[in-house]
Design a protein around this ligand. Structure first.
Ligand code: ZN
Length: 266
């Protein structure tokens, strides 16, 4: 498990070499507890930018309740490519994970202002609906990127039928990703490949490669890459994924201004 900034960077390099396009990062404090430490993230972003062209996504996930909505997104100043956008509350096995609608709107607006692509974290069907509403209201740029987190024991489980239902709720412009927790990782991510979505693997969601056999992040990436190759769905390079998600393109506001300028020419 990668715990220090250097370990996260080294793991990121190995996953990039194994075929990953996006890396989702967390920080830890000196006692190895989860943290949103700004300097930790700064070192990780710098190292990953130096050694890879990975799309860097920083987590805004936080459950301890001692940070306000500003505190949870302060590391946006590091200009990551993406950040997780937690738009709804859910029960985790060890207690509730609270994300209020007001906070979600605040984060969506902040990410849009800064040109950071949100990954809309959906632990429940209602989260998908609320994400679509924020996108309809113009708070999330095209293409909205939804992430379905399936298989948490106290939340929405994974089944092929559930995944089909969730994908059916999305607007046609949307892109999506699926996470399977624990033993659900392999079937859920394989379904993601088959259904034209994206797949996330790694130790945050699942620590096993197979029954009782512990995994590394890069082993899990290599396996999903092999599966995609076998199923003849080519894996996007980080550069191609950047284009697909329109990362680094002008924000909605800038695009609107560009269009207005062109039209006033006539
Ligand atoms: Zn995470």
């Amino acid at each position: 498990m990668a715990v220090t900034p250097n370990e996260v960077i080294e793991t990121g390099i190995r996953c990039w070499e194994a075929g990953a396009s996006i890396i989702h990062c967390h920080a830890r404090d000196a006692e190895q507890r989860p943290s949103l430490d700004y300097d930790f993230f700064a070192r990780v972003v710098e190292g990953l930018r130096k050694h890879t062209d990975l799309i860097v996504q920083l987590s805004t996930g936080w459950r301890r309740g001692d940070l306000d909505c500003e505190g949870r997104i302060r590391h946006i100043d590091l200009a990551p490519d993406m950040m997780s956008l937690n738009i709804g509350s859910v029960n985790f096995p060890r207690g509730p994970y609270v994300n209020t609608p007001e906070d979600a709107e605040f984060w969506a607006k902040r990410m849009q202002e800064r040109g950071v692509k949100p990954e809309i974290e959906c632990f429940d069907m209602s989260h998908v609906e609320f994400g679509v509403r924020l996108w309809q209201r113009g708070l999330i740029d095209d293409p909205p990127f939804f992430n379905f987190v399936l298989g948490i024991k106290t939340a929405l489980g994974f089944s092929a039928r559930t995944l089909v239902t969730l994908v059916d709720m999305l607007p046609p412009q949307a892109r999506w990703n699926v996470i399977g927790i624990g033993a659900e990782q392999l079937p859920a991510t394989t379904m993601g490949i088959l259904m034209g979505g994206n797949s996330r693997v790694g130790l945050e969601d699942n620590i096993y490669y197979s029954y009782k056999v512990l995994a590394t992040n890069e082993q899990l990436v290599a396996r999903v890459k092999r599966l995609a190759d076998e199923l003849q769905r080519e894996v996007a390079s980080p550069g191609e994924a950047r284009k697909l998600l329109r990362i680094g393109e002008p924000t909605r506001t800038d695009r609107a201004q560009a269009v207005a300028f062109k039209e006033s020419d006539h």
